[in-house]
Design a protein around this ligand. Structure first.
Ligand code: UT7
Length: 329
């Protein structure tokens, strides 16, 4: 028995900010941003919360599946930008969609959020504990980005990807394997230090900018290059997959150079790598489901395609998934 994605959709806010926008007030250039990150533009939501990115994608996803909201019995939201510290964004989404008789929770694994949450959703389905999970990977990074810091302002974007996870009609399809890892020693390099119980919000934390993202880019970059490639190659070996077997690598979109290094270690040509970082930047938990949804929408995914999903993020958290796509185009 395996669990699979049976419907998928995404939502990106309409307002586009290109690299020249940052060059108007920060010491940066389009060339620097393109060369170092591969990002050309990103979307920022001018109003609303993370749940307002999730809800339109969720509605489309449920409608495409031909079910009603009440057919969902569990909601998982992977995010580092929840609407509130509590209650969970899963509760907000449940209420906004009017879903009855469901339970749900948020999952915090930063850029690996979707990968961790997908495995969680699949195991809940496989165990028979739930029938249909509304699985949301979504972040409104503009709510925690320091727009005065050129080393982070240019990296992130807002966006949501939502899918439904349920039992696969074919046990050879859907989520077939995973490798997931955490290393808390990496927390020092990428975090949001204040606002939790360690450092509750105060005048001092606001004055020091401690509610913004803190990132020491280089160590994160170095660990990401190794971590993402290691688990991607390991899952290929574990499942006797060659690069010819793989239709696409679906990597977290943090930096084009990290993606290229991972693809190279896997022996994959660039045409077998889902890349949309140039349009959306790093939407954290949103990147992987947005890629899957876009490729599906554009008819570039075929039933039976073997995919490797791969991520690296704050924590550190990282992981890979071996997925056989089980949706008709
Ligand atoms: O998704 C979560 C995980 N996060 C990641 O995977 C991000 C990993 N890290 C990275 O992608 C890269 O480290 C960055 C894109 C954040 C930075 O690129 P880098 O090549 O590592 O640059 P750097 O931090 O070593 O900085 C090089 C120089 C510095 O100037 P000095 O000290 O050499 O004078 C920076 O101040 O580039 C400067 N710099 C910029 N210059 C122009 C940093 N940001 C900018 C900018 N425009 N936007």
């Amino acid at each position: 028995m395996s669990a699979t994605i049976t419907s998928i959709a995404h939502y990106l806010p309409p307002d586009i900010y290109n690299n020249d926008y940052f060059a108007t007030y920060l010491e940066t250039t389009n060339d620097w941003i393109m060369e170092r990150t591969g990002i050309s533009e990103r979307r920022f939501a001018k109003e609303g919360a993370n749940s307002d990115l999730i809800v339109p994608a969720a509605k489309e996803c449920i409608e495409k599946r031909g079910i009603t909201p009440n057919d969902i019995d569990c909601i998982i939201v992977a995010t580092v930008t929840p609407d509130h510290m509590f209650p969970s964004t899963a509760c907000v989404v449940q209420n906004k969609l009017g879903i009855k008789n469901a339970w749900g929770f948020d999952l915090s694994a930063a850029c690996s959020g979707f990968v961790f949450a997908f495995v969680t959703a699949a195991k809940l389905v496989e165990s028979g504990a739930v029938k249909r999970v509304l699985l949301c990977g979504s972040d409104k990074m503009s709510s925690i980005v320091n727009f005065q810091d050129r080393s982070q302002a240019i990296l992130f974007g807002d966006g949501a990807g939502v899918c439904i996870v349920e039992k696969s009609d074919d046990p050879e399809m859907g989520l077939l394997d995973h490798i997931l890892r955490v290393d808390g020693n990496g927390g020092q390099y990428l975090n949001q230090v204040a606002g939790g119980s360690f450092k509750p919000a105060s005048h001092e934390t606001v004055d020091k900018g401690e509610h913004y993202i803190f990132q020491d880019g280089q160590p994160v970059f170095k660990h990401a290059v190794v971590g993402m490639a290691d688990v991607s190659v390991e899952i290929m070996k574990k499942n006797n997959l060659t690069s010819d077997d793989i239709a696409y690598l679906v990597p977290h979109q943090a930096n084009l150079r990290i993606i290229a290094a991972t693809a190279k270690r896997m022996g994959l040509n660039p045409d077998k790598v889902m890349i949309n970082i140039e349009k959306y930047g790093n939407t954290t938990a949103g990147t992987i489901p947005i890629c899957l949804s876009e490729w599906n929408q554009n008819g570039k995914l075929q039933k039976g395609d073997r995919l490797i999903l791969s991520s690296f993020g704050a924590g550190f958290t990282w992981g890979s998934i071996y997925l056989r796509w089980n949706m008709n185009n």
